[in-house]
Design a protein around this ligand. Structure first.
Ligand SMILES: Nc1ncnc2c1ncn2[C@@H]1O[C@H](COP(=O)(O)OP(=O)(O)OP(=O)(O)O)[C@@H](O)[C@H]1O
Ligand SMILES: [Mg+2]
Ligand SMILES: [Zn+2]
Length: 472
């Protein structure tokens, strides 16, 4: 079966969605017989550059053109649509980067068109040409033969030498809006006899990032997956292997309600099921955006912003699962209510959280580690943050670090078992970092300090005699 995006490639200007600048400039030039000898079509993937280049080629060679519109029925139009017209030459510079191809064009360019009126050279991804090839192309553009038009298409205009740009007319292609994509998806579906629900179309459009080809390819994937009945959001999720809706909702719920240990479990199971962790965060950001546009709040905005930070960290990371867990749990902790931050066995019958606070601080002061090299330790942390492994850094800042002689002690609360286990595996890396930065031999000891909670409780009991009971 022909791919949907090819089947629904626009054949004339009328079928081209959006891209108003391109249409306006080219329609005028064709109608007034004032076509430039070279155009640069620049813009994102799947926005119609190749399609419009072919429409232009057809219009220039059509045997019965009306105004600017090719007939799409004559021999010339049909052979261009089939890609077999001898005067319309398409070249993919991504696979033919070298000078030979361009020399061949330069040598052939002077000859008159074989069948039609115009020779049209369409060079795709032409920013990929080598320097020599660019120079050869430049020569051709400097002395343009009549009845020849170049369409140079690129997704990366910044990689094109300015000398080339200055000799061409540049036409910009824009990403499609989600509305444009939804409309087209619904139209193509109905022509194909598919019942695509509107929210499923919206969901596909979001995935397509402004490109029409990807949108149609997703639709095709989903259609071949769905047997009968209307296509729903769930069908799209399944066909594209996306993290399911309710799992993303759960993740957001755990984040916003400070359910730290549930996040650990959730990310673990997403990983085990083979879903993409990076995509979880992308979907969560999308959901947050929906929530924010319904009822904006500082909390949602801050959380969304932090999710964006997580997604940036994950993008090129190798150990996505670990980084995602640590950063997400850290984010969830910030959403815990004060009562959840107290050690679990603690009962405080008539003490408000506020009155407990100073004692905790006191405990911290009393317990404050004697850091002979405290500034060096800070420096090491900073260094790990900037140069080293971010997930190690995040785990470290949640720990308590103290130093006894040559031993650096890194301790966690029992509730921080995950961070503890992660750092234990990284002891050698840690030792290396601390040794280098502190300029002395150190031993790293990572452990869970279950006495620390007890000490806090004891202090509480001493300060509030009879009011605090410890449940075993
Ligand atoms: N403006 C548009 N109107 C209607 N359909 C479009 C449009 N742009 C793209 N499409 C759809 O996307 C498919 C791919 O478009 P096209 O090959 O023209 O994109 P492109 O900009 O050349 O992409 P690339 O940069 O990846 O080469 C088309 O076959 C068509 O189905
Ligand atoms: Mg193209
Ligand atoms: Zn024609």
């Amino acid at each position: 079966m022909e791919a949907l995006y090819r089947k629904y490639r626009p054949k004339n200007f009328d079928q081209i969605i959006d891209q108003l600048q391109a249409k306006l400039v080219l329609q005028n030039a064709i109608a007034k017989d004032n076509v430039s000898h070279a155009y640069i079509f620049t813009g994102p993937r799947g926005t119609g550059k190749t399609s419009i280049a072919r429409v232009l080629a057809k219009a220039l060679n059509c045997e019965s053109r009306t105004d600017y519109e090719p007939c799409c029925k004559c021999d010339s139009c049909i052979s261009i649509d089939k890609g077999i017209h001898p005067d319309v030459i398409e070249l993919d510079a991504a696979s033919n980067r070298g000078i030979d191809e361009i020399r061949r064009i330069r040598d052939a360019v002077g000859f008159r068109p074989m069948l039609g009126k115009y020779k049209v050279y369409i060079i795709d991804e032409f920013h990929m040409l080598t320097r020599e090839a660019f120079n050869a192309l430049l020569k051709t553009l400097e002395e343009p033969p009549s009845r020849v038009t170049f369409v140079l298409a690129t997704t990366n205009l910044e990689k094109v030498p300015p000398t080339i740009i200055s000799r061409c007319q540049v036409i910009e292609f824009k990403n499609f809006t989600e509305d444009d994509i939804v409309k087209n998806l619904l139209q193509v579906s109905s022509k194909e006899g598919l019942k695509l629900l509107e929210d499923a179309a919206e969901f596909i459009a979001k995935r397509a990032n402004g490109g029409m080809r990807d949108a149609l390819s997703y639709l095709e994937q989903v259609a071949s997956y769905t047997l009968n009945g209307p296509i729903t959001v769930e069908d799209v999720e399944k066909a594209l292997g996306l993290v399911p809706h309710d799992v993303v909702e759960k993740y957001i719920d755990y984040l916003l309600n400070g359910k730290v240990s549930q996040i650990d479990g959730l990310i673990e199971s997403i990983f085990v099921e083979g879903y993409d962790i990076y995509q979880l965060i992308q979907l969560a950001i999308e959901r947050m955006e929906e929530r924010i546009s319904k009822s904006p709040s500082k909390e949602l905005l801050t959380t969304a912003q932090q999710l964006i930070e997580i997604s940036k960290e994950l993008r090129f990371a190798e150990n996505k699962k670990v980084i995602c867990k640590i950063l997400s749990m850290n984010l969830a902790i910030a959403h815990q209510r004060p009562s959840e931050q107290q050690p679990k066995p603690l009962k405080q019958p008539d003490q408000s959280a506020a009155s407990v606070e100073p004692i905790q601080r006191e405990e911290k002061v009393a317990d404050k580690p004697q850091l002979e090299d405290s500034s060096k330790i800070e420096e090491t942390l900073d260094w790990i943050k900037k140069e080293g492994d971010l997930s190690i850094y995040v785990a470290l800042v949640q720990s308590r670090i103290s130093q006894k002689g040559n031993t650096v002690e890194i301790s966690f609360l029992p509730s921080q078992r995950f961070q503890y286990e992660y750092l234990r595996e990284k002891v050698l890396d840690l030792e290396y970092s601390f040794k280098t930065k502190m300029k002395k031999d150190v031993v790293i000891n990572v452990f869970i300090d279950d006495q620390r909670e007890k000490r806090i409780l004891q202090k509480l009991q001493e300060n509030f005699p009879g009011k605090i009971r410890i449940e075993e």
